[in-house]
Design a protein around this ligand. Structure first.
Ligand SMILES: [Zn+2]
Length: 404
């Protein structure tokens, strides 16, 4: 049921107005007069609340000279970016990243840690808890206040219960991420599916801020999507909205990590592409696979850019499959923008021409041409930016609608 934002309780109205000011200034710095107009409140109300927020260090003012340099400079209000901080954690397959971000979502530090997939989920989370505590102590020493932690993980992550119900790639089932990390760190914890968190970041802080509806499609070890529709993050009845990697698309008997065969995920991931390239034979592909998959994928893209014939053909087929997958997304939810993340964003210069062509061909009527396909605003930080955005929304801006 939608939460009512009206009421006669004065403290409730004040709280609502404070949040409205913070949310408005995050998206556009403006003067007190403009702020009062934007929020439809009296200038007295705006002035009083701004005074309070300035005293708390959350809102800053800066003077903008008038266009011709005459008259009094205009005073503009904005969020004091470094007034508070959040921590974002992205849990990947055998690796996790932790970042500290400020109130405008700028990542001020980021660390990468590896873990064995043989470890129990609770032990991995205890390690993550220790790293969070290390950052918390360092922040405390620098008089920085950490508001809370956002965690993005792959799988059926239930935001309300804070539980990861099923992440086959990690072997995690019914893992109470929120409870474990809350106990380990003493900080408030918000948990979400990692790709849904990436979509949230695009809508709240990225290039999708003005879009009513958007999708984020991420590929690496797996393939998944996140959707913000009419300004709301789509979670689904069982926390499964966006599991497009498990749409059955082929009769081929490649077994997916989910246990089924023929899933889209068996065609559009980094391990699959690397396997296909390796099968060409060393003399043909000339890729050094000994330096790990990330390096191999970079080399494959480099060969693609140099028009290596066999690799170009594989990348073209891969791009075609990606275009077909995006056509399904367009035909189902018709987002204004589709952001590509992970391996798709890294190779977007190679994939975009074929993806655009296939999308125009396969999406209904002219929906393909209308869809803006672009790389994530946050590049390789999409996951941690998503997790940090989750924390900013839950523990600071408290907005249900993520778009303006
Ligand atoms: Zn599957």
């Amino acid at each position: 049921m939608p939460r009512s934002t009206s009421g006669s309780n004065i403290s409730h109205v004040k709280h609502h107005n404070r949040l409205a000011i913070l949310q408005t200034l995050l998206h556009a710095p403006m003067s007190r007069v403009e702020l009062a107009q934007a929020l439809s409140v009296s200038s007295m109300t705006a002035t009083n609340l701004v005074r309070e927020l300035t005293a708390e260090g959350l809102v800053a003012t800066f003077a903008e000279p008038t266009p011709k340099g005459v008259g009094r400079p205009r005073t503009t209000l904005c969020i004091q970016a470094d007034a508070r901080f959040v921590i974002g954690v992205q849990i990947g397959v055998g690796v996790y990243w932790i970042c500290v971000a400020n109130l405008v979502g700028e990542i001020v530090e980021k660390h990468e840690y590896r873990f064995s997939l043989k470890m129990k989920a609770a032990d991995v989370l205890q390690e993550i808890g220790q790293q969070i505590n290390r950052l918390q102590t360092a922040a405390h020493e620098q008089h920085k206040l950490i508001l809370g932690v956002g965690v993005g993980a792959s799988g059926l992550v239930d935001n309300l219960q804070g539980v990861n119900h099923a992440a086959p790639s990690l072997g995690w089932y019914d893992v109470p991420i929120r409870d474990i990390l809350q106990t380990a760190t003493g900080l408030p914890i918000a948990v979400e599916n990692n790709v849904r968190a990436m979509a949230l970041a695009e809508s709240f802080l990225g290039d999708g801020q003005t879009a009513d509806s958007l999708a984020f499609v991420f590929g690496r070890d797996g393939l998944a999507a996140g959707f913000v529709i009419h300004g709301r993050l789509l979670r689904g009845a069982g926390a499964g909205a966006g599991e497009i990697g498990h749409i059955k698309v082929t009769q081929a008997d490649h077994t997916c990590r989910c246990g089924q065969t023929g899933c889209l995920e068996t065609m559009l991931t980094e391990p699959i592409l690397c396997e296909q390239v390796a099968a060409l034979g060393r003399d043909v592909h000339q890729v050094d696979f000994s330096k790990g998959r990330a390096s191999a994928y970079e080399q494959i893209l480099t060969h693609g850019r140099a028009q290596h014939p066999e690799i170009t053909a594989l990348l073209d087929t891969f791009g075609r499959h990606l275009g077909q997958a995006l056509a399904t997304v367009v035909n189902t939810l018709n987002p204004e923008i589709i952001f590509l993340g992970g391996m798709y964003a890294q190779g977007i210069d190679l994939f975009l021409p074929v993806v655009t062509e296939v999308l125009a061909e396969h999406a209904f009527y002219n929906l393909g041409e209308q869809t803006d396909i672009r790389p994530s605003t946050f590049g390789l930080d999409a996951g941690t930016a998503g997790a940090a955005t989750l924390a900013l929304i839950e523990f600071f801006y408290q907005t249900k609608s993520v778009s303006k």
